[in-house]
Design a protein around this ligand. Sequence first.
Ligand code: SF4
Length: 86
Amino acid sequence: MVEDSVVQTKQIGKYKVEVIRSKCISAGSCEAIAPGVFALDEEGIATVISQDGNSDDEKLLAAQSCPTDAIVVTDIETGEQVWPKA
Ligand code: SF4
């Protein structure tokens, strides 16, 4: 019998988010909008706790809410940077 070899990736959506820590001013709006993805660490800087704790739309909204554009959103299917806009 052939085993089903489909690789399960944990990521559900197609957007990957990253926090540029040096840009974060601890405003906290990312965490308020997407608390399953972002959390402030002990220094008050946002970190990504999970890529699939919220939907792609919520991740993008959270990034757009950041006053310093500290959150970069990348479409992992196309490799394109979705936010911030160039
Ligand atoms: S919204 Fe931006 S500045 Fe505020 S905590 Fe999140 S990453 Fe930092």
